[in-house]
Design a protein around this ligand. Structure first.
Ligand code: NAG
Ligand code: NAG
Ligand code: NAG
Ligand code: NAG
Ligand code: NAG
Ligand code: NAG
Ligand code: NAG
Ligand code: NAG
Ligand code: NAG
Length: 553
């Protein structure tokens, strides 16, 4: 595992070979650092990313709501690459001030985003220490400053404020989890010990007929070294979708020299589950798998960079796929607030382009992404579910469906409650768990989907997998099939879903009212599922025929 911290002594080793002049010092503005763990190679040159202040962030958010809110005059009139880029671009004086500052110090930045709001710079540790007034020699805690006269231009510098994990955080697929069938329930073709595409199609009324609309697409974003396998998909389709062409394949997009090796030992459980439950549900919707490598910055974590590089790639496409699903995350407090804001703004930009951004809520109940490895004294929200511009998916199990206890849900400490959540749905919580969560924060999940005992094939073996990592691709597939029908009718795809889900869409979801999520080890329960929205299953699970009807299809 790589981390961005550097070892004590490194400074002394690098200094003699430095040819750069002493950087000019400027007034420094203190900034809080972040805990970093892990070794770093002593001869490393840092690759820093500098985030420039976007010239019109509020304009971007206004434009996002304008095109995503039903009954708005511009509903569905999504923005072009150039229109979104115009909001995200830094002011010309920001770009030139920062470039001048860097060149005064013998450094040259590379523009790494279409909008020009992220720069990358290769920088020796000693120079970085001086320039940022940082202390790269500490292993566990790092502080840095941004020069005072740059505060108007620079949001943050990454990875000096960063995550401690190189590969992002994936909730482990739960396999030991058992569930006892509800007596006398109509379970149709389902066996709740091994849930198949046929079962899920029956449960939610999802059509098995192939999508046909030209230009429709779904992106599965992968983590570093989490690789989907062609042979596993073929075996899966042969067994569970005999009506489909078993040779149906995803399109691979590689970022930062990412790969997708196909030896049995390369099988990625998460990636396999994701491609099998998008391609196996969103019949014939073209699926793109994004694989990210670790080349760009071997000294840094990749989690934030994969999110950013994925967003940058998609924003650069003239006609991007309309749905993206992601099955990894982190605890919110493991991500700096500045970095959270910046990554969230990239997701808002995707929404403005007409893309539905779908994410897992996490598998830790109210105690973060994981359980039971993590315990807490106050509830830990997950990242990026606190970002209001994505659709966060929690989990259910059993038939009839109940909330599954690992389903993460709660309230962000970084992002305030968005207007689409203003309805008085919090009333029922009363004083329950008061003081353990931030009731003014953006609440999540928004929706839920079945999340237990999915039959999938990994390295040639059939395994049941449970987790919100199963629910998110399933929900994304439902949206892709609805988009197929909208496009066939000459209409716009759904785009950023939440303003629609919390208004018109709400009655087209199955409200989940039974079950709860588990809490920190000190408490008995987290939140209960209840009538209407709740912080376990959101507004509920998809009902395809009702969603179609709500769209007038
Ligand atoms: C930001 O965008 C909004 C909406 O397009 C526009 O009305 C406003 O003038 C823009 N502000 C700036 C500073 O460009
Ligand atoms: C950054 O690069 C993009 C092309 O990738 C270009 O369109 C944009 O103008 C550049 N921005 C700056 C500030 O150089
Ligand atoms: C930098 O880190 C070193 C070693 O961890 C520590 O001894 C030193 O006090 C730190 N300096 C500052 C200015 O924080
Ligand atoms: C349900 O699936 C489990 C696990 O694969 C299997 O043991 C059981 O026989 C199946 N039940 C039925 C009724 O098919
Ligand atoms: C990808 O690999 C090539 C050749 O190994 C290297 O030159 C290039 O810098 C790499 N690109 C990235 C983004 O890491
Ligand atoms: C968040 O960071 C803490 C401390 O480094 C770590 O124990 C925890 O596992 C991290 N959370 C996740 C989801 O990885
Ligand atoms: C979560 O629910 C499952 C299925 O009912 C049960 O086996 C497990 O013990 C529960 N876990 C906790 C921590 O309550
Ligand atoms: C609670 O959330 C709000 C945003 O809604 C934030 O401003 C505030 O700092 C949060 N409080 C804590 C204690 O995190
Ligand atoms: C959840 O519901 C149970 C049973 O109705 C109740 O005893 C418990 O207090 C509720 N817990 C919360 C956190 O609302």
């Amino acid at each position: 595992m790589l981390a961005s911290s550097l070892l004590i002594g490194l400074l002394g080793m690098l200094l003699p070979s430095l040819t750069l002049g002493k950087p000019m010092r400027r007034a420094m503005q203190p900034s809080v650092g972040f805990t970093l763990v892990g070794p770093a190679s002593p001869d490393t040159v840092l690759s820093l990313r500098i985030s420039l202040v976007q010239n019109n962030y509020t304009g971007l958010i206004d434009a996002l709501y304008d095109v995503s809110t039903p009954f708005s005059a511009n509903y569905g009139a999504y923005l072009s690459k150039e229109q979104v880029g115009a909001y995200m671009a830094p002011a010309a004086e920001s770009t030139s001030a920062v470039n001048t500052w860097l060149s005064e110090n013998g450094l040259q930045a590379r523009n790494i985003s279409g909008a020009g709001d992220w720069l990358s710079v290769q920088i020796p540790v000693s120079t970085a220490n001086d320039l940022l007034d940082a202390n790269f020699s500490t292993v566990r805690r790092l502080a840095y400053s941004i020069p005072l006269d740059f505060a108007d231009h620079i949001d943050l510098i990454h990875p000096t404020v960063s995550f401690p994990n190189a590969y992002g955080h994936v909730p482990a697929l739960q396999t030991s989890f058992s569930s006892t069938p509800v007596e006398n329930a109509d379970t149709g073709p389902c066996n709740i010990s091994l849930v198949t595409p046929t079962c899920l199609q029956w449960l939610y009324g999802i059509p098995a007929t192939p999508a046909t609309s030209h230009g429709n697409g779904l992106i599965v974003s992968g983590l570093v070294e989490d690789w989907p396998q062609e042979a596993d998909l073929k075996a899966f389709l042969t067994e569970y979708r005999p009506d489909m062409d078993p040779a149906t394949a995803w399109t691979l997009v590689s970022l930062d020299n990412g790969t997708d090796p196909q030896e049995a030992e390369d099988a990625g459980m998460k990636a396999n589950l994701d491609v099998q439950y998008t391609m196996g549900i969103a019949t014939d919707v073209p699926v793109t798998f994004i694989t990210a490598g670790n080349d760009d910055n071997p000294t840094s974590d990749k989690f934030a960079e994969v999110i950013l590089d994925t967003a940058t790639y998609i924003l650069g496409l003239p006609s991007p796929p309309q749905v993206i699903t992601t099955s990894y995350g982190d605890d919110e407090d493991n991500v700096s607030e500045k970095l959270s804001n910046k990554l969230c703004s990239a997701l808002a930009a995707l929404g403005a382009r007409g893309i539905s951004v779908i994410w897992i809520s996490g598998d830790g109940g109210v105690s973060g992404l994981h359980w039971p490895e993590e315990t807490c004294t106050t509830f830990i929200p997950t990242f990026p579910s606190g970002c209001p511009y994505l659709t966060s998916v929690g989990g259910t199990y059993l038939i009839p469906e109940q909330a599954v206890n690992f389903s993460s849900g709660g309230f962000s400490n970084y992002f305030a409650r968005p207007a689409y959540q203003d309805a008085a749905y919090l009333d029922y919580l009363g004083d329950t768990n008061a003081g353990l969560f931030n009731s003014t924060g953006r609440a999540y999940p928004d929706v839920a989907a079945y999340a237990s005992h999915f039959a999938y094939i990994n390295a040639g073996e059939e395994t049941p997998g449970s987790g919100t990592s199963a629910a998110a691709p399933l929900f994304a597939s439902v949206i892709s099939l609805l988009n197929d029908e909208l496009l066939a009718a000459g209409r716009s795809p759904l785009g950023f879903l939440n303003p629609w889900l919390y208004s018109t869409g709400i009655s087209a979801l199955n409200d989940i009212t039974v079950g709860n999520n588990y809490a920190c080890s000190d408490f008995t329960t987290g939140f209960n599922a209840s009538a209407g929205w709740d912080p376990v299953t959101g507004l509920g699970t998809p009902n395809y025929p009702k969603l179609k009807a709500a769209l007038g299809l």
